[in-house]
Design a protein around this ligand. Structure first.
Ligand SMILES: NC(=O)C1=CN([C@@H]2O[C@H](COP(=O)(O)OP(=O)(O)OC[C@H]3O[C@@H](n4cnc5c(N)ncnc54)[C@H](OP(=O)(O)O)[C@@H]3O)[C@@H](O)[C@H]2O)[C@H](O)CC1
Ligand SMILES: [K+]
Length: 223
């Protein structure tokens, strides 16, 4: 099994998009469908999707859009400055705004209380706060959001990496989402593999990153 750290995964993502011209939006869409296939839509019908403003969040919004497309009940909680968000995030947010009335920006104590109350009523929580971009300890409102997610005791799916976990070292960078299932994209991350508690909850899904990107970054081929 190929293992990559977060820097290698980001380099592979970048090579696929910038050199091999794979549209980032298609990778995000493939990531969302990779998570959707692991959701029993006969069993789960009411979702809380908690997103950061990076491409992990973009994956989460694309998943929310695909759930809304199937008339599932979805509440979206956005943490972070949307102005900083990627184009893929913004495009998926625009569509979610056309499909969903329950989009909440989590900034204040009241917003956190509202999120906690609402998450008590969903039956599945999607963690799309941080993925391979987590690069420092989780503090402030992000730490509070993660502890709320853990405290409401719902079935939780983490996209790519449980938010709060260092994808390279497996170190907890503060609060970490206690996921029931982790759907990691394309390749197993060292930080997941080295922690048995995470490894056994992990599934790896192909999202269309060309093998040429992997071979180029990991083995210096084609450079
Ligand atoms: N890259 C691709 O084409 C694809 C990526 N996929 C998914 O995207 C994530 C990686 O996305 P990225 O935008 O690089 O980063 P994250 O979404 O993981 O994190 C968002 C930003 O959060 C900031 N950050 C980092 N640590 C902290 C922290 N402790 N507290 C607050 N904010 C933090 C950081 O930005 P800064 O500017 O603040 O440094 C991050 O950029 C990957 O995991 C996949 O889920 C697609 O799946 C495939 C295509
Ligand atoms: K995540």
């Amino acid at each position: 099994m190929i293992l990559v750290d977060r820097v290698q995964m980001q380099a592979i993502d970048r090579y696929a998009i910038e050199v091999l011209k794979v549209p980032a939006l298609s990778l995000v869409e493939r990531a969302s469908m990779a998570v959707l296939k692991h959701i029993n839509l006969n069993k789960f019908g009411y979702f809380g999707v908690v997103v950061g403003v990076g491409n992990n969040g973009a994956d989460g919004l694309a998943l929310a859009r695909n759930l809304l497309a199937r008339y599932k009940d979805v509440e979206i909680f956005i943490i972070g400055d949307v102005e900083k968000a990627s184009p893929e995030f913004k495009l998926n947010l625009e569509s979610c705004e056309m499909l969903c009335e329950e989009i909440y920006y989590v900034e204040s104590i009241e917003d956190l209380e509202n999120m906690e109350k609402r998450l008590c009523n969903v039956n599945l929580i999607v963690d799309a706060i941080f993925g391979t971009g987590l690069n420092r300890p989780v503090t402030g409102i992000y730490a509070t959001v993660i502890s709320i997610i853990n405290n409401v005791m719902k079935y939780k799916i983490s996209i790519d990496i449980p938010s709060g976990l260092d994808a390279s070292t497996g170190q907890d960078l503060g609060e970490v989402v206690d996921a029931d299932l982790i759907v990691t994209m394309q390749l197993m991350k060292t930080g997941l593999y080295e922690r048995e508690a995470y490894k056994r909850k992990c599934v790896i899904e192909d999202i269309g990153i060309p093998q040429k990107a992997i071979d180029s970054v990991l083995y210096g081929l084609f450079n």
